[in-house]
Design a protein. Structure first.
Ligand SMILES: [Zn+2]
Length: 109
């Protein structure tokens, strides 16, 4: 697996610090325009849950874990762990490996 660190594009409010993933260009908190930037793809598993029932294209992958990752810069995303990764553990360091069909995939960092 590649050791290159994948970064993500986030938008942030320079007035109040609100962060989001595009497309989203106005801060819902103070209505300032958001600024796009590259941010680190490293974070920590904040929470996770195991999915036992899923529709359509995900059914063949059952059961699988959906993780909530808190990036080092504070934004949280729901995501998946790459195949072959250890069971998720809260507090474990992870690194974004790819984004596919709006799904964030992580591997151990
Ligand atoms: Zn704001």
């Amino acid at each position: 697996m590649s050791t290159t660190n994948t970064s993500i594009t986030v938008v942030g409010c320079e007035s109040c610090g609100y962060q989001a993933i595009p497309p989203k260009y106005t801060c819902p908190s103070c209505y300032s325009a958001l600024t796009e930037r590259e941010a680190s793809g490293t974070g920590t598993i904040y929470s996770y849950t195991t999915i036992h029932v899923a529709p359509g294209k995900f059914a063949s992958q059952l059961p699988y874990a959906v993780i909530l990752v808190e990036f080092d810069h504070g934004l949280r995303v729901t995501a998946r762990l790459e195949e072959g990764e250890d069971e998720p553990q809260i507090g474990r360091k992870v690194q974004l490996s790819r984004v596919e069909d709006s799904v964030y995939w992580f591997r151990g960092a």
